[in-house]
Design a protein around this ligand. Structure first.
Ligand SMILES: *Cc1c(COP(=O)(O)O)cnc(C)c1O
Length: 379
């Protein structure tokens, strides 16, 4: 699904040197690379505070701890996402409230959010799924009317732009109360191990969270709050610092690959290609979608057949996500009614993600497109 070797090969000398420099400095934890990457990322995103941490799941957990959410508080999030989002809600003894998504963008559905709000609701966690922002302007409005926090799960959308109705733009993850991301190797800005970060423009919240990631210490060996140990190590920061200046070019390469796929599948009545909320089918100019995944909907009931056919031929492909969260054993709950999840239930039977990365070649895509179309049309 990704080609991390070829991407590494293009920046190998710089990366190798940066890693060796960290090793010889022996500043493995909280070395200068971490501070530099943090401030480079603050500049790139246009956000006041980036707090690096150990991974994207920790980032979500610490964001919720930082907001002081308490057991019993309800947190609304999308039913169609990677489990990390709901996992940390459950782990903190908060009450997850899963809601349906939009059938076209796969992102959290506004009407379903509105219906799910109760006096106990404290936060909404929109996930910018597959690389496209959720409808943040409307979500901020709903949050404002109901006094809710907004935590953007930006693990799949770092670098994406969100355009407000007045034309102003913000980077994904810098719009809500807090944003979180992951630097897992296959993410759009990936390191060579685990990594994550939390973003905010709120000085007090940033201060609270900076202590929380480090055992609740604001002064060495004085523990004011219960914290965790969640750090981005210096080697990962060195890698990320070198990759960050390439992020826009990586986003462009993904967008070009998505456009090429879209053109290849155009006019096939049984294949629906990804759409962007604001720019329509194919986006030529802006980073409104950074295509962490390129995900088709196969509408003639042959999704599983296509999946198997590609597997047989050794063509990478994946089903994200085969089971909506409300049907996962760990998150079953009597509160959920199947009729409230008609979209996620349908998506789990129709979606198929194809290889998507910065090194895709047109010949590879031609083969993938041809094979998918053949398999869809076989009967
Ligand atoms: C990858 C991912 C995470 C978790 O990130 P890790 O760094 O693997 O912990 C959280 N949310 C979403 C939507 C993700 O895709």
């Amino acid at each position: 699904m990704v080609d991390l070797q070829s991407q590494y090969a293009r920046i190998q000398p710089q990366i190798d040197k940066a890693i060796l420099d960290v090793v010889s400095s022996a500043a493995f934890i909280n070395g200068p690379e971490v501070k530099t990457f943090q401030s480079d990322l603050e500049d790139y995103l246009g956000v006041k505070h980036v707090i690096p941490c150990a991974n994207g799941t920790d980032a979500l957990q610490i964001a919720m701890m930082g907001l002081g959410l308490e057991p019993g508080d309800e947190v609304i999030t999308a039913d169609f996402t990677f489990a990390a989002t709901v996992e940390v809600i459950a782990l903190l003894n908060l009450t997850p409230v899963l809601v349906d998504v939009d059938p076209n963008t796969f992102n959290i559905d506004l009407e379903s959010i509105r219906k799910a709000i109760t006096p106990k609701t404290k936060a909404i966690v929109p996930v910018h799924l597959f690389g496209q922002c959720a409808q943040m302007e409307e979500i901020l409005q709903i949050a404002g009317e109901n006094d809710l926090y907004v935590i953007e799960d930006t693990a799949q959308a770092i670098g994406a732009d969100y355009t407000f109705s007045d034309g102003s733009k913000k980077k994904a993850g810098t719009i809500g109360t807090l944003g979180t991301t992951s630097f897992f190797p296959s993410k759009n800005l990936g390191c060579y191990g685990d990594g994550g970060a939390i973003f905010t423009n709120d000085d007090d919240l940033a201060h609270t969270i900076r202590g929380m990631v480090n055992h609740g210490m604001y002064k060495r060996y004085y523990h004011d709050v219960v914290g965790v140990n969640s750090r981005l190590d210096s080697i990962q920061a060195a890698v990320l610092r070198l990759k960050l200046p390439h992020l826009d070019e990586y986003c462009r390469a993904r967008r070009e690959a998505a456009k090429y796929y879209n053109a290849g599948f155009r006019d096939n009545p049984n294949i629906l290609t990804p759409v962007t909320e604001k720019c329509g089918e194919i986006c030529d100019t802006c980073d409104c979608h950074v295509f962490h995944q390129y995900t088709l909907k196969i509408t003639n009931g042959r999704r599983d057949a296509v999946h198997e056919h590609l597997n047989d031929l050794g063509i990478p492909n994946a089903i994200y996500y085969p089971v909506p969260l409300h049907r996962q054993k760990a998150y079953l709950d009597d509160r959920y009614k199947e009729e409230d999840f008609s979209v996620t239930n349908a998506l789990s039977d129709t979606v198929l993600s194809l290889p998507m990365h910065t090194e895709l070649e047109k010949e590879q895509q031609d083969l993938i497109i041809r094979t998918v179309i053949e398999a869809v049309e076989q009967s």
